[in-house]
Design a protein around this ligand. Structure first.
Ligand code: FAD
Length: 458
């Protein structure tokens, strides 16, 4: 019986539960679907997925298999490939959030096959780590402690694959729609991407050789590029599993490497985001604390546009926004500063920022993006309270004391990269600094006054 394995943001052969199950069922047709909606809403991440495909195709070919790539709406494509191949089953990983998968079962059944959804190879299956009362954790630290006490399953080795007698046609891995939707020079961004499963493993190995007890402190300094693993985009498109990263890190810890406990804690934040998203599948659109849906956020407009274009006049914020636009990444500390400036100093709705990050980040991940934006905005579980307002200049003085990061993006090579990537309509002059959109003290006072008014009504 020929079966389809739909590689769904799990672009690897190692530790891939859906692929293992498919290989046990019969000859496998590996399928990737390039979904136009993803290209429109998350173009950088979509293009990042497309970059992973040549390596995936080569790895499959080395095992006597192939990769079938089709473009279109997943339900329609699945029905077509089932028809073209006569496959009787489709194996795939659960989507995220799971709740949005319901229509797929009907589409596959209409084609005459059955859909088997397998858990993502996250650290733990959803619902495994719960409070004593059997409910999902809402606070990170107890979640982390419970997770650390849990046995994390060993990763699954890549299975042997049998080829079907005939292969359905493939559209090939190029995805012009994703590149076009990026609205910026993809070649500029692509220079910052190392795609493929083997590259992800190599990056992990290199990180585990250099990480030290200073990781927790160094990861806050944006000019120190190699202080962190740089694995988030590989994790987001599934070139490597969180379980594989966890177990390799544990081995490094056994061998005496420092900093690993803090690194595992970061992986646990990713896991926590997935737990929250599973429990609240609309977390990327509605405030996790419902009362916050009435907060008087400002909507999109010229201030938000200045933020997106890195022209707020606040150096650390603009440097970060430029870094993200030109590389598809932004340092974690700077993400917090740029996000906080938008929602607190400019009082703009966190969803405006979330949507822009979702367009620009090559490591875009629905759960991590939503959890972190709600954390910054103060409306999520275990969130930073709204009255705690980051001072972007103070943060810059602390974490970029020698100005290396700001100088790079505001006047150095980074500024030139940004100018090459930015659309002409932005009229970006890499060397010119605009006046601040808002005085930092006044912005802070305005945010606190709005918050007090809101809290009184509550
Ligand atoms: P490392 O320090 O090497 O950490 C290892 C891994 O732990 C990361 O690869 C990542 O998977 C996970 N991790 C680390 N920090 C966090 C965190 N705060 N939340 C969740 N997981 C974390 N990360 C994404 O992967 N996708 C997103 O869309 C995303 N959006 C964000 C939006 C905002 C507003 C903020 C403040 C943070 C966001 N993050 C997101 C989290 C974080 O910035 C990145 O995961 C981190 O910068 C990745 O760098 P690294 O892989 O070198 O991290």
């Amino acid at each position: 019986m020929t079966v389809i394995c739909w590689f769904r943001r799990v672009l690897r052969l190692d530790d891939h539960p859906a692929l293992v199950a498919a290989a046990q069922d019969g000859p496998v047709i590996p399928l990737v679907i390039l979904d136009g909606a993803e290209a429109r809403n998350h173009p950088a991440s979509a293009q990042r997925q497309a970059m992973a495909l040549p390596a995936l195709e080569a790895a499959l070919q080395a095992r006597g298999s192939r990769l079938v790539v089709r473009r279109g709406d997943p339900a329609t494509v699945l029905a077509q490939v089932i028809r073209d191949s006569g496959a009787l089953a489709v194996h795939a990983s659960e989507g995220m959030p799971f709740a949005r998968d319901q229509g797929l079962h009907d589409a596959v059944a209409a084609g005459g096959a059955r859909l088997h959804l397998h858990p993502l190879a996250d650290l733990v299956p959803r619902g495994r780590v719960l409070t004593k009362g059997g409910t999902p954790f809402k606070v990170f630290t107890p979640f982390w402690r419970a997770l650390r006490r849990t046995d994390i399953a060993e990763p699954l080795p890549a299975p042997r694959l049998r080829a079907p007698d005939t292969w359905p046609g493939s559209d090939g891995p190029d995805w012009p729609e994703a590149r076009a939707a990026m609205n910026r020079g993809w070649p500029v961004v692509a220079r910052h991407v190392q795609a493929g499963e083997a590259a992800a493993h190599a990056r992990l190995d290199a990180f585990l050789k250099r990480v030290t007890a200073g990781y927790a402190e160094a990861r806050d300094r944006p000019a120190k590029g190699d202080a962190t693993s740089g694995l988030s985009d590989a994790l987001a498109v599934g070139e490597i599993s969180a379980r594989r990263v966890w177990h390799r890190a544990l081995r490094a810890q056994d061998q005496g490497r420092g900093g690993i406990e803090d690194f595992l804690r970061e992986l646990a934040w990713r896991e926590f985001a997935r737990e929250l998203f599973h429990a609240a599948p609309d977390m990327d659109r509605t405030c996790w604390r419902p009362e916050w849906n009435d907060f008087p956020w400002q909507g999109d407009g010229p201030d938000a546009e200045a933020w997106r274009q890195g022209r707020t006049g606040v150096a650390m914020v603009d440097a970060g926004m430029r870094e993200m636009f030109a590389t598809g990444r932004m340092h974690n500390r700077v993400r917090m500063i740029a996000a906080s400036f938008l929602v607190k100093h400019l009082m703009i709705d966190w969803r405006v920022g979330l949507d822009w990050f979702a367009r620009c980040l090559t490591d875009w991940d629905a759960a991590s993006n939503a959890m972190n934006w709600q954390w910054v905005a103060g409306c999520g579980p275990d969130a930073s309270p709204f009255f705690r307002v980051f001072n972007p200049d103070g943060q810059a003085g602390k974490f970029d004391a020698r100005r290396l990061y700001r100088d790079h993006w505001l006047q150095g090579d980074g500024a030139r990269d940004f100018a090459r990537a930015a659309p002409r309509s932005w009229g970006s002059d890499p060397g010119r600094r605009p006046a601040p959109l808002v005085d930092l003290d006044q912005g802070r006072r305005r945010a606190l006054a709005a918050y007090r008014g809101f809290a009184r009504k509550d």
